[in-house]
Ligand binder design. Structure first.
Ligand SMILES: Nc1ncnc2c1ncn2[C@@H]1O[C@H](COP(=O)(O)OP(=O)(O)OP(=O)(O)O)[C@@H](O)[C@H]1O
Ligand SMILES: [Mg+2]
Length: 516
């Protein structure tokens, strides 16, 4: 036991309450569901750089943040600089240690100083906490505090070995994106088994590169769409994502932002204040444009087809299928576009739908469009006929083209096969067109999933493809639709005009020079 007994409560002494209010506050703080908020709002003291010692009253976004910490077993928060990440965590961890007995809490930060800073905030809060609320301590050091309820808080720098061998109930990682990538990866690999037995994890950081361990967990936490296109509370990795940029802070405004931006420079401001990841790879679409794309929620669904806009009379509709085996591996995808305005009106993607059912789906989609428009002659559909596509052509034949309303499109060329064949050359040409249409805002993308695929659609060996671990089926089916519209443009003048390149806007593909 260290020697600063003034502020420290002796272990195992009976707490006495001077009045009903004190007892009531203690009971409220002990509540496992809302106790943390009562504690943090009433008894958590912080040191403010200009205002001195003060009570922390969480701002609205901090309420959401600590609610996320508390409600979800695993949470990851992407936050702007100076938004109270470390402070909010310190208060929450102190509450946790004092009111949840027998827990081991590990605080790890990318630097020794960072871990110490959080510990010193925890100590400051503990020392200022009233007697009737605080728990007794057995050990009170710079790096660790042991409470008499069997709980302890330990701090460490994040290294490959941090936490190994400990049985951790709550892990807090501060500024995780700034731990060296190799260390972060190994640390994460070795720490996950210790969490598997029921531990909780809270990760907070401002963003860094879009490929580090923090970014990976963040991306997993944001994959919140189940196979029916519904949103789930948690990402595929079991993490809950929370995000707040500088605007969430009640004491900041545009004037502050303008000053900050000129101080930090544009790139740093975007990363540290707008919380944008740095995209290290060369994406097909300009990153500045990608960030602007938002997408919308489907307006209705038919089975697994997401519709963003009801088909209307007087438009040409184009439906492109990028088929797959449908045995659980690669997904198949269908795009539905209103060609005259290059607007995405519908989308479908699934990896367990067999090829005959994929063809049947095209028939259902075209039937529905006819129901809406009464114009079967304005519908064109097609399939990608490479490799697996051969099987799609067989299925199409069996199903019978006459059973599908609309016209099957086949690219002109020497090959007699129906549909569209993709070669490296045709893919690149379609990529260039897609880039041009999106960057010139001639194309309206609706699907959030398609936009998120575009963010990981990058230059790769003289062409473009999904980054390792990501998918690009929605992009590839969009490329097919573009080729279809180009082909149609030969007959429909208005389509030609819609998708025509404008010389002054024509940006070369990022690796144009390499292709020579
Ligand atoms: N609710 C609050 N009320 C008043 N001040 C607050 C509140 N939350 C945080 N602060 C103050 O805001 C400042 C920044 O807090 P903190 O260091 O926790 O932020 P951070 O997001 O961890 O910052 P950094 O990005 O620099 O690590 C501190 O001075 C802190 O005392
Ligand atoms: Mg901090």
């Amino acid at each position: 036991m260290s020697k600063s007994p003034v502020f420290i409560k002796e272990p195992y002494v009976k707490t006495s309450f001077a009045n009903d209010k004190e007892l009531d506050d203690f009971i409220k703080c002990s509540d496992p569901i809302m106790g943390y908020l009562h504690f943090m709002d009433n008894f958590f003291y912080i040191q403010h750089p200009t205002r001195g010692s003060m009570l922390y009253h969480p701002w609205d976004f901090q309420k959401e943040l600590i609610d996320t910490y508390h409600r979800f077993r695993f949470s990851i928060s992407l936050m702007a600089r100076q938004t109270g990440k470390s402070t909010s965590a310190a208060g929450y961890l102190l509450w946790y240690a004092m009111f949840v007995p027998d827990t081991t809490i590990l605080v790890a930060a990318h630097k020794y100083a960072g871990a110490q800073e959080i510990m010193s905030r925890i100590r400051y809060a503990y020392e200022n906490c009233p007697e009737h609320i605080k728990a007794g301590v057995v050990t009170y050091n710079k790096g660790n505090i042991d409470f008499d309820n069997g709980s302890r808080i330990i701090s460490a720098t994040t290294t490959e070995n941090t936490g190994r061998g400990l049985s951790i109930s709550l892990l807090y990682l501060d500024e995780f994106a700034f731990v060296r990538p190799t260390i972060a990866k190994e640390f994460w690999t070795s720490i996950t088994p210790t969490l598997a037995t029921g531990g909780k994890a809270i990760i907070t950081s401002t963003p860094n590169s879009d490929e580090d361990q923090f970014a990976l967990i963040w991306k997993g936490a944001n994959k919140t769409e189940d196979e029916y296109g519904n949103q789930t509370e948690l990402g595929v990795n079991g993490f809950r994502a929370y995000k707040a940029n500088w605007r969430a802070h009640p004491e900041r405004d545009e004037k502050w932002a303008a000053e900050m931006r000129s101080q930090l420079g544009d790139d740093r401001f975007r990363r540290e204040m707008e919380v944008e990841f740095i995209i290290a790879d060369e994406t097909l679409i300009n990153p500045a444009k990608l960030i602007e794309l938002e997408g919308i929620e489907p307006t209705f669904r038919q089975g697994q087809v997401r519709w963003y806009k009801k088909p209307t009379k007087g438009n040409i509709y184009v439906i492109g299928l990028d088929p797959s085996l449908g045995t659980g591996g690669d997904p198949a995808a269908i795009q539905i576009f209103e060609a005259s305005s290059t607007t995405q009106v519908g989308e479908w993607k699934h990896n367990k739908t067999d090829i005959p059912s994929q063809i049947k789906l095209i028939a259902q989609i075209t039937k529905y469009i006819v129901e809406c428009t009464g114009e079967p002659n304005s519908i064109y559909y097609s399939v990608e006929n490479n490799s697996i596509g051969e099987a799609a052509l067989v299925s199409l034949n069996e199903y019978g083209e006459h059973n599908i309303q609309g016209t099957m499109l086949t690219e002109s060329g020497v090959k007699k096969r129906k549909g569209f064949t993709t070669t490296n050359k045709s893919k690149l040409a379609a990529c260039a067109k897609l880039k041009n249409l999106i960057e010139r805002e001639r194309m309206k993308l609706s699907s959030k999933s398609l936009i998120s695929e575009l963010k990981t659609f990058v230059a790769s060996g003289g062409s473009y493809a999904a980054k390792v671990g990501e998918t690009d089926d929605l992009v590839l089916s969009t490329l097919l639709v573009i080729r279809m519209i180009q082909l149609l443009g030969e007959y429909h003048f208005e389509l030609e005009a819609q998708i025509k390149d404008h010389e002054e806007f024509l940006a070369p593909l990022p690796f144009f020079a390499v292709l020579g």
